[in-house]
Design a protein around this ligand. Sequence first.
Ligand SMILES: [Fe+2]
Length: 197
Amino acid sequence: MSDMTLKPLKYKGLPGLSERQLAEHHDVLYAGYVKKTNEIREALGTADLASANGTYGAWRELKVEEVFAVNGVVLHERFFDNLTPGGSKPEGRIAEMIERDFGSLERWQEEMIANGLSSRGWVVLAYDLNEGRLRNYVCERHDQGGVWGAIPLLVLDVYEHAYFLDYATARKKYLEAFLQNIDWSVPNGVIEKYGLK
Ligand SMILES: [Fe+2]
């Protein structure tokens, strides 16, 4: 299993953002997410699969915190990466896409401000592969909403509405039935559609 590495992200000389603020944010917080991602993944390698439980269990805790830690890494890397002293002028494809999907740069900026005031965590300008267009999304907790940038290949619904009529509390029987009914041509289609390697 490959370890996640700490990227030496640039964060100096940004007007309005002090070095002290950015260094604390980058060297302590971001570095902590990288460290914890590796720790969690190492622990998953030896964790007891039999501890899996929807209320509490070692396996569940590790899997939930894995998403929290990985998103902490992914989102911070893009946050630091997309800053440069004094900024630059939007041009090229991103400028065209913003114009196409938001109407104008001004409108997009207004939405970013409104989202920044509305979100309790993050604001993300994303390319939504499902719709083939840009969207501004807010993300409030790292462990909710999946890992940014990861494309779903196979999805399993474990909300009770998905199995309760058939299996009541015997969720494992539903999981076994699910595994017996997978159409693997679908994930293959996604892999082909997006040219995944
Ligand atoms: Fe942060």
